[in-house]
Design a protein around this ligand. Sequence first.
Ligand SMILES: Cc1ncc(COP(=O)(O)O)c(C=O)c1O
Length: 360
Amino acid sequence: MKPLTPYIIIYKDQIHKNLNNFCNKLKFKTEEIFYPVKVNHNPEVINLLNKAKCRFEAASINEIKLLLNCGINPSEILYGNPVKSKHDIITANNLGINHFVADSFKEIEKLSCFAPNSRIIFRIEVSNEGASWKLTEKFGCSDAEVILIFEEATNKNLNPLGFSFHVGWNNKSTFNWEKVMLHAEDLRIKLSKSGRKIEIIDIGGGFPGHDENSEIYFEDISKKILPYLNHWRNLGIKVITEPGSYLIANAGILYSTVIEKIKRKEKYWIFLDTGIFQGFYWILGGLKYRIKNESKGNPGELAEYVITGPTCDSFDIFAKNAFLPTQTNVGDIISISPAGAYIQSAKNYNGFEYPPEIVR
Ligand SMILES: Cc1ncc(COP(=O)(O)O)c(C=O)c1O
């Protein structure tokens, strides 16, 4: 029986298609892909990627435990959160994790004490120009710092392997992608000149996957960055990557039902049975999603609507000016996409639980 709305369908075929395309265009083996669990932590998605021989990037102990419960070997997990509590490092070490990301002396200090001899990748700060959601400032050390931290890690019985970065979410700027590759190459040269052996360069995520024309941008980006990846590969460096949205975003579609249609102050309002506080918080930061009436095969004449959710909150608005068929009625099924990335996983985001409430 068809489940009642709202629900999100994740289309496995689309994930396979995205994965194949990603690997073909950038010449990656699936073992070099570290899928970031924060993007979609559905065990079926994890199992699919595990069967395809991908590896995993985890942001928290809960995500690590989820991966272990799915049968993933600890050696295939990168604990990618650059700042972890002492307690979480000890737990990860006890769970068999020995591959960590760090971006500060403080983190090196903790890792050397509580996860000695582990393998370390340093997160560096890179330009996020052109990204739809920037991931700078909070993380990433400067080039000068990374050279010093590399040395510190070696002295402290850790095993520094290389560096990672993130160009920012949904970055369609080929100009910025190339700028970041040049930056990475410059850092690689500096590190080798200072006697450091680079075994890994992790180019992170940020590949466009949100907009309808993402594939065109991805093609252009691939052409620009592939020569850099091949250059590093020819030097014997292992290039790894953490694509999330590119693999999963367009594989998911939310289906919702119109519960009411009301005219208010010259505007038509469509109320749905799910809202932005059910995983689409990103809209508050300016992200846009595609909205379609699935019940009207032939859309006919269109009208402008405010698309809102069922909660008693005035910010619960998917779009202020969506064009849907004039004939849109109560009971129609509305699809919202892409809904594969960061929607279900917005609950307990990155594996961090909501704080329990204690009533006294
Ligand atoms: C460390 C890390 N890697 C990869 C990703 C995935 O990025 P994207 O969805 O842009 O591919 C993220 C997203 O926040 C991240 O924090």
